[in-house]
Write a protein that binds this ligand. Structure first.
Ligand code: AMP
Ligand code: MG
Length: 351
């Protein structure tokens, strides 16, 4: 299969009507299209077609018990795919949709089990990106999409990442450059009495509590799931993983710097390639190695935006050992550390 790579300027989508309609037709005809959202790139197919969802799993190499998120482009579309809309979900939708928030509902019969990984619940998101919205509309209003990476690789934040992973496996790619946020959506389960945060994201725990008062958290979110199944099946898999061995080093700055420097010297003496993922403020303090600046220590949005790109860059460089600084877990920091811990397979050293 030849993947049709279509570049679209998100500020001038009226000039790309033709391409967007074409992408929509592909989905309506059972095909797959990579598309940008404000979080990461998605791999989209018709959410209401069992066959399309099966194709998505195959293209990604994703286990079929890991459900997809259904993307809509207007609030009215929700009623058809869920059994009921709890009042608390309406409150969150009012505040955060369109935006980087996914909510879990009881599914209606319109949604095939292939889309929900066999579950009776469905994850729904109304994204806030002009290309995504126009594309979902052109595709019939219900686009099932996981992140557009090969299973196990960091989520794609630019069109090139999608092409790198899925060229020849999808029909088309709508490429509008770099996404804004760079981490996947926040997921909240709305099916219980107390809404439960399953995956942290740009919409933070603190922001959810401000609207709802009470929000619980999946205990596996920030800790290794030992004997406990995460509620979001996808959080169970080793995810977002670079090819090299990633270790997070946590502690006082000076201790972190000297620990990492000792590792750099040692690995280099062993003839190994080694890299550091650090904040701009600390970069000059590390011994010579493959340094990658993840952004300003005090700008968590910048760090979130750069995380996957930096992890992928270590893969391209073939770096064997990667040491990362650790980040504060409040606000967006919770999402950053959740992804980083998964990428590291929870290998974290306190110094
Ligand atoms: P991705 O879009 O690649 O980030 O994957 C979608 C994420 O949403 C995965 O972690 C899934 O496990 C999660 N998800 C999708 N549907 C549900 C659901 N019905 N219940 C719980 N988690 C879900
Ligand atoms: Mg994913």
């Amino acid at each position: 299969m030849e993947t049709l790579w279509m570049k679209i300027n998100p500020d001038e989508i009226y000039e790309a009507q033709q391409e967007i309609l074409q992408a929509g037709e592909i989905v309506k005809n059972g095909g797959l299209v990579g598309f940008p959202t404000e979080t990461v790139y998605g791999l989209g197919g018709d959410a209401l077609s069992a066959e399309s969802s099966k194709k998505i799993y195959a293209a990604k190499g994703r286990p079929s018990d890991n459900p997809l998120i259904v993307h809509i482009c207007q609030m009215d579309a929700l009623g058809r795919i869920v059994k009921e809309i709890p009042p608390k979900a309406s409150m969150l939708a009012k505040k955060f949709w369109p935006g980087p928030l996914t909510m879990i509902f009881q599914k209606s019969e319109a949604v095939p089990y292939e889309t929900t990984g066999g579950l009776d619940t469905v994850a729904v998101r109304f994204p806030n990106h002009p290309v995504a919205l126009a594309f979902i509309k052109a595709a019939g209003g219900y686009v099932a999409a996981p992140s557009a990476n090969t299973s196990g690789r960091p989520s794609p934040t630019i069109g090139e990442h999608v092409y790198e992973d899925l060229n020849g496996r999808i029909d088309a790619l709508l490429d509008s450059g770099s996404v804004g946020i760079g981490l996947e959506s926040t997921i909240v389960d709305m099916t219980g009495e107390v809404p439960m945060l399953l995956r942290p994201g740009y919409v933070t725990y603190e922001m959810l509590v401000e609207v709802l008062g009470e929000v619980s958290m999946d205990t596996t979110m920030m800790h290794k799931a030992e004997g406990v199944r995460p509620k979001a099946p996808g959080m169970m898999y080793r995810h977002y993983a670079p090819k090299g061995e990633l270790t997070i080093v946590s502690g006082e700055s000076e201790n972190v710097i000297s620990y990492i420097n000792r590792q750099i010297v040692q690995k280099k003496a062993e003839g190994r390639s080694v890299g550091v993922m650090g904040t701009s403020q600390m970069m000059s303090r590390y011994e010579a190695c493959n340094h990658k600046d993840i952004g300003d220590k005090d700008n968590e949005e910048e760090i979130a935006h750069n995380l996957y790109d930096v992890l992928r860059a270590f893969d391209s460089d073939g770096t064997e050992y990667i040491y990362s600084e650790s980040f504060d877990t409040s606000g967006i920091g919770q999402a950053i550390m959740n992804r980083l811990l998964k990428a590291a397979g929870h290998r974290m050293i306190e110094v």
